[in-house]
Structures are given as structure tokens and as C-alpha cells.
Design a protein around this ligand. Structure first.
Ligand SMILES: NC(=O)c1ccc[n+]([C@@H]2O[C@H](COP(=O)([O-])OP(=O)(O)OC[C@H]3O[C@@H](n4cnc5c(N)ncnc54)[C@H](OP(=O)(O)O)[C@@H]3O)[C@@H](O)[C@H]2O)c1
Length: 331
């Protein structure tokens, strides 16, 4: 496994990371034993970056990762945790809280659920509109000094917030959606991160399965599946988006690889400072994603991919309008 430093100040991480969210409900039911086997297979393949959020399954995801890590050396995993998203007992989303006192409280629970005494990368899931980013990052910098977290990351924030945050403490990475069909960061956010030595941890590289080559119209309708109400998966949009996937499939087949592998390799090819997080929750999907590490894309390949899936060609937003309206990265 190729390793590199995450940003100028971050930890050594594998060329690909495992996002564990889908193992705790966001994409409908998942299999607990298979989820743990997938985390083990990832670690055994040399993936050290495991991404989670304390709100993924309201702690379920952290407990699952904690169980998977039991008996392993702590330093073999780089655990990235998001905090701050609030949920109700019915799972409903209820805003954000990134006040310093709340962060300390969230972290105490997170350490306990994971069964560890420090977190490698800690980050607010979204900008809390009621708390200046300086206060949030300042509180995390105190936690770094106390040894409870090693590095500070951000998630889905815009260039101005990134610059303000970086004045308070070193930021190792920005987690943000990036794929062939979600390229909004390229204009302002990516240049700001590059100027500041902040890496990109790209999520949704398969657009939550839509551009994986395995998606079919009618999938993802079960209760609690984000894709049941995500615009790109809706009737009227999904047909157009699957046409793009078929165009991408032609490029993939010509190279003798799969659609998912081309989509992941495309993100990785956008820069050494961009690390794709894949949301595999089964070992077969993980194996496919790992295969992307062997896909070298030439200038001609990249041009063919761009011709198959032109920038902004997707139908529908990456989140519902109401959610996008509150995202700092979309301002
Ligand atoms: N910072 C943020 O705001 C934010 C938001 C979302 C996610 N994330 C993080 O990023 C991680 C990845 O995001 P994501 O799950 O949306 O991304 P993704 O990798 O685009 O989508 C994952 C889904 O794609 C499908 N898939 C099909 N073939 C696959 C393959 N070969 N490898 C992997 N998945 C394949 C799987 O669905 P099926 O299992 O249904 O086939 C899987 O659940 C999450 O787990 C989470 O840790 C962060």
C-alpha cells in the first residue's frame, strides 16, 4: 500500500481510506458481521484510514469500529471522526453544535464508544452557524495539547472558513464530496487548500453508489436510505445519470477495468493531495475499490473520461436544495 502524509501536518495515511458510514444505516440495512469483516480486510490490505462520525447510527458506527479494532495495534489505524451533527431519537437531523463545551462532551463519548484514548483526526461535520470557526478550532487545538486528538480536520466548509480556521491551528485535511459528477470544490476550495497545505479527503467518489456501475433504477428505496430522497437518484434524474454511467462503462471496458475503479482512479488522479474515501461495506466491494489503485490513467484516458462524463453533466444536486442552502462549502 502506498502511504503518504495527509496535508503538510497530518498523519501518514494509505492511498485510499475506508468510510464506514454505510455500515450504520445511511444506505438502508447492512450486515454487521460483513461490516466487521470488511474493516478487517481493509486493515489487512494496508488501508489505515477509517472514517466515521459520532452521529452515524447515533454511536453505532463508532462501536462497530471499536469492535473491529479490538485486538489490533492502536497505531495501525488512523481514525477520523466527525462530530457536531445533532439527531433526535427517531434519527431526524436537528442542526449542529460545535460549541467548545459540546465538543469536549462529544469527544468523551466518542473515545468511550471506540475504546481508544485518542482520535487521530477530529473534525466538525459542518460549520455551526452560531459558533465562529475560530472558537471551534480553538477548542480542538486545546484537545490536541491535552493529547486527546492528534490532528484537526474540516468538513464541507468553504474557502473563507478554511482560511480563518488555518489561522488558529494547523488543519490537515478537508473532507468534502468530490467525484466525476460533484466538482464544485475545484474553483475556490481546492486552490485555497493547496495554498495552505491542506489535503482533500474526498467522499462520495462513487456518488453514493450511483456511478459505481452497479446501480439500477429502483434500488435504494428502503427506510432510512439517504438515496431514497437524494435528488440524483430520483425518477427523472436517475435515468440521465445512468446514461453517464454507461458512457463511463465504455471507457472502463476499453481499459479492462470496472466503472467503480475508473471513477475512484479519476479522483485519485486529480492530485497527490487528494485521497479517495470509499464507502465499501462488503468485502467484494472493497476488493473492487482496491483494484482502482492499480489503474493508471493516461492523458488520453482522462480526456475520454471527461468526454463521457462532462463537468456538471449530472441531473440533480448532490444534496436536496434545503440542505445545500446551509452548506458553507456551497456559498
Ligand atoms: N463529510 C461528509 O459530509 C461526509 C458525507 C458522506 C460520507 N462521508 C464519509 O465518506 C465515506 C464514503 O462516502 P459514501 O459512502 O457516500 O461514498 P461512495 O463510496 O460514493 O458510495 C458508497 C456506496 O457505493 C456503493 N458501491 C458500489 N460499488 C462499490 C465499490 N466497489 N466500492 C465501494 N462502494 C461501492 C455501495 O453501496 P451498496 O453497499 O448499496 O452497494 C456503497 O455503500 C462515508 O462512509 C463517510 O465516512 C462524509
Amino acid at each position: 500500500m502506498k502511504m503518504h502524509r495527509l496535508g503538510d501536518t497530518g498523519p501518514e495515511v494509505s492511498a485510499i481510506g475506508l468510510g464506514c458510514m454505510g455500515m450504520s444505516g445511511m444506505y438502508g440495512p447492512s450486515d454487521r458481521a460483513e461490516s466487521i469483516s470488511t474493516i478487517h480486510a481493509a486493515l489487512d490490505a494496508g488501508i489505515n484510514l477509517l472514517d466515521t462520525g459520532d452521529f452515524y447510527g447515533m454511536g453505532h458506527n463508532e462501536m462497530l469500529i471499536g469492535e473491529a479494532l479490538r485486538g489490533r495495534r492502536r497505531e495501525d489505524a488512523v481514525i477520523s471522526v466527525k462530530f457536531g451533527a445533532l439527531r433526535g431519537p427517531d434519527g431526524a437531523w436537528a442542526g449542529y453544535d460545535s460549541r467548545p463545551a459540546a465538543i469536549r462532551n462529544f469527544l468523551a463519548y466518542t473515545l468511550t464508544r471506540l475504546g481508544v484514548d485518542y482520535i487521530d483526526i477530529y473534525r466538525p461535520a459542518r460549520l455551526d452557524p452560531n459558533v465562529p470557526i475560530e472558537e471551534t478550532v480553538g477548542a480542538m487545538a486545546d484537545l490536541v495539547k491535552e493529547g486527546y486528538i492528534r490532528h484537526i480536520g474540516l468538513s464541507e466548509v468553504g474557502a473563507e472558513t478554511i482560511r480563518r480556521a488555518a489561522k488558529v491551528a494547523p488543519i490537515c485535511d478537508l473532507q468534502i464530496e468530490y467525484s466525476l459528477i460533484s466538482r464544485g470544490l475545484e474553483e475556490k476550495i481546492l486552490p485555497a487548500c493547496r495554498e495552505l497545505g491542506i489535503a482533500i479527503t474526498a467522499y462520495g467518489v462513487l456518488s453514493r453508489g450511483l456511478i459505481s456501475g452497479h446501480w439500477q433504477k429502483g434500488h435504494g428505496k428502503s427506510a432510512g436510505d439517504f438515496r431514497a430522497y437524494s435528488p440524483r437518484f430520483q425518477e427523472g434524474n436517475v435515468e440521465r445519470n445512468l446514461e453517464l454511467v454507461e458512457a463511463l462503462r465504455a471507457v472502463a471496458e476499453a481499459k479492462g477495468v470496472t466503472v467503480a475503479q475508473v471513477a475512484i482512479a479519476w479522483v485519485a488522479a486529480q492530485g497527490a493531495d487528494i485521497l479517495p474515501l470509499v464507502g465499501a461495506r462488503r468485502r467484494d466491494r472493497l476488493a473492487e475499490a482496491l483494484g482502482a489503485l492499480d489503474v493508471a490513467l493516461s492523458v488520453e484516458d482522462l480526456a475520454a473520461i471527461e468526454a463521457a462524463v462532462p463537468r456538471d453533466a449530472a441531473a440533480g444536486g448532490r444534496y436536496a436544495e434545503a440542505m445545500l442552502a446551509h452548506m458553507d462549502s456551497e456559498k
